[in-house]
Design a protein around this ligand. Sequence first.
Ligand SMILES: Nc1nc2c(c(=O)[nH]1)N[C@H]1C(S)=C(S)[C@@H](COP(=O)(O)O)O[C@H]1N2
Ligand SMILES: [Mo]
Length: 494
Amino acid sequence: MFAVAQFASAFFNSASSPFFALGSAIIDLTPPWLKDFAIATFGTNDKLALFISIGVVATALSVLVGLLAKRSFALACAAIIGLAVVMASAVVTRASTSLIDVLPTVLGAVAGMGVLQWLNRLASATAARPGEDAGSHGPSRRTFLLSSALSLAAAAIATGVSTSLSASRNMADAARKALRLPAARTKAKALPAGVQVAEANMPRFVTPNQNFYRIDTALSVPQIDPAQWSLRIHGMVENEFTMSFDELLNQELVETYLTLTCVSNPVGGDLVGNAKWLGYPLRKLLERAVPQDGADMVLSASHDGFSASTPIQALTDDRMALLAIGMNGEPLPFEHGFPVRMVVPGLYGYVSATKWVVDLEVTRFQDKAAYWTTRGWSERGPIKMSSRIDTPRPFAKVPAGEVVLGGTAWAQTRGISRVQVQIDDSPWEDAELAAEASVDTWRQWRFAWKDAAPGMHSATVRAYDAQGQLQTSEKANPVPNGASGWQRLQFTVQ
Ligand SMILES: Nc1nc2c(c(=O)[nH]1)N[C@H]1C(S)=C(S)[C@@H](COP(=O)(O)O)O[C@H]1N2
Ligand SMILES: [Mo]
């Protein structure tokens, strides 16, 4: 019962754990003299001592409930429910819990009654066997004892695993809250006025962290305590080394705006976001490691087993590839890679933007393959130039007169020099470009269609990069290396 509750709580608010809640409630209710005694006796192990005591009491209570069940199964169930009520009230009286956090305790109580019934059946089957005297060690009695011991062992293991799971969560959470990011040695260039087109439906030029798209293979978000984090750089290098989080904080950090894009983004899609990143240039890190001749790739790996293959050139040329710790002025959110991730201008995330990064291996494309490469995607993924219509929305109804179209375009590392719009089959016309923050960020555009006639219309958009290269009209699916083609949408003028 306790174990299931504890295990289930690992998936909830950490304060939903009945062990932590009971523990905290006990700490809160303990008279000061007993607290002082505990700390004096057990030192920093006082919390461990508390949890062991709770475990011992829990085991004793389980045995008592088991004995009670021999008398009356209903009475034993009532005892379990009583225990659950105590645990649940410990949970709900904690700060930072809500009613849903009682669920693990309820699940625990149900599981407890299930196990009880199962053991009780076994026990009565044992007792009902004729011709066996009380002291004998017949197989069914052995089965009962074995089953009880197994239940207890399973409970202990589940409790241990889930407790350490939620303990590491608590540590990571506390560490993130306590973290004060160092100031950047090189600040981001201030955003010029006019990067934002002021129309409804336009995305914010800087994507707020909570709106930033999230793509990863992690079933549950890794919660890494920075004190436990380190990054190892090895492989084809003269100088293998490992860097701790404290060391990373002490490097000369750089701040830069950079637009991240997912290879799975369809034409017109929203798997793209722009943020101000704070981090240490990967170029500097690799300078210290000294890559050997012939190395052409860095395989970055995350804490949870994802990996990305990045051309070493993209990490050593003059673009601002970062080992990032900050996103829009705060520590990386857990979903976006806390404590450390990579961001590389001009490359799709699947070949560059490893979150929760812990390992960099300098190697060669012919020797190693990354996570998505082994699943049918290209080993290299430069971002394809793209343009998007954000307003009007597809199939929107807009009033007649002047219709303002607006959107975004990106060609990271090169920059956007021109955006054109085509209404129905009219000639292509230039849109107005918003100010450019840098070649690594997206750029907004606006187009006023002066006298829109009522009826159904289409709008198509295309961009040119800074070298005057036109965005390709050739349609391609995201697999294997990114979608292409011009976005066209329909809307109705009323
Ligand atoms: N550890 C890890 N890092 C990862 C991924 C992942 O699955 N696991 N996905 C990558 C992909 S495909 C993209 S597009 C970006 C998305 O970053 P975001 O979730 O911060 O927007 O992260 C990259 N980094
Ligand atoms: Mo992606």
